[in-house]
Design a protein around this ligand. Sequence first.
Ligand code: ATP
Length: 445
Amino acid sequence: MSNGPDLMEKLVSLCKRRGYVFQSSEIYGGTGSVWDYGPLGVELQRNVKEAWWRSMVHERDDIEGLDAAILMHPRVWEASGHVSGFTDPLIDCRACKARFRADQMESARCPHKPSRMPGEYEDCKLTEPRQFNLMFRTFMGPVEDSAAAVYLRPETAQGSYVNFHNVVTSTRQRIPFGIAQIGKAFRNEITPGNFIFRTREFEQMEMQFFVEPGTDDEWFEFWKTQRMEWIRSLGIRAEKLRFEEHAPDALAHYAKRAYDIQYEFPFGWQEFEGVHNRTDFDLRRHQEYSGRRQEYVDPVDRGKRYLPFVIETAVGVGRVVLAALVDAYHEEEIEGEPRVVLRLDPRLAPVKVAVLPLVKKDGMPEMAVRIQKAFRAAGINSFYDDSGSIGKRYRRLDEAGTPFAITVDGESGSDNTVTVRDRDSLKQERAGADGIVDFVRQRIG
Ligand code: ATP
């Protein structure tokens, strides 16, 4: 099977063809590294978020959900250290205007001479590195002056910190417990790219787990293991996943320890989730900057009060989507014919089942419509398709990653049965039309 950049090209093209991901504002020439999720992409994204929310919030007693606003008081970002410290070192080329991250020069290429590194081509005129803040700045209200400046949040985490006491009071949760959020974040990345891997607007699924100081190492290990299990539970191949610890000198300004969970993308091993021990850094700074006490008082042992430590798990929705797509993409040959198939886990697959009348006559479309209605009523996302040969319809479904196809054929009308085709094994079995919803439901998990 193809790998590397070639695979990325094929995947980007499949995503466009089948309606997973489109270039943003394409009719105007596109916006750099901004992508829109199409009809199938939005379903895949929703399934990823749903799986995360279920495992983090609904299946646990000790995590509460939250949806904080994107725009926050500007002092939040001073307290969090993002105004002064959320920067990347930027190097410009004065000759060709290309921009590079100083810490990624080893893998960078001169746009004029891609065989050379920046600085190696005689025309390159590189500047010294300067710090560039990654936060997007905008203005609240009609006056565009510095007093009205606000930022688009670069992480959802701060919304959880400033609401820590609101959540404790309203839910009566006791430490240890967590706050989970899914929401958009924005970073003015210097070198976005690799399709949806690094974008300037993206969605995060973050959970802040508040613990008693001294128990943080234990909880850090706990969450590290949990998060790896979760991603494996989505059907991602274990051999494509690994942990990578951040070197002490590469830690973010708030972190005591950090692990990345990495996936082997066609462009190399890269982070898609971070597990961080953020200590009491954020709550301490909010206490200092807001003048409001952020200490937790144990409701049973009232003499016990402390600033909790935080273990954070942070993952980008787009990166999980990309890992799932890369992992699922397969090219094979079936009876001498090439086939492209997305072997997405049925829980992630945008459409779970297609209903296909073999031909558009003899009552087959009517029966197929009835079956599709039953899937709709059961809340199982389905798709009706009667156009083109059955072979072509199967190929389209394989590329779209639809795990099951139900075909209504000549026998269906007389014996009330249909065939069920399995996307991965290609096995076709006959099943009763009346029990078909349960039949599929059991297989999609
Ligand atoms: P990177 O080193 O890739 O820039 P980071 O270490 O800055 O990432 P975190 O601040 O830990 O990332 O953010 C948590 C998660 O948010 C990342 O693991 C990733 O899944 C996602 N993420 C961060 N930046 C982006 C981006 N520009 N585009 C898409 N997802 C992102």
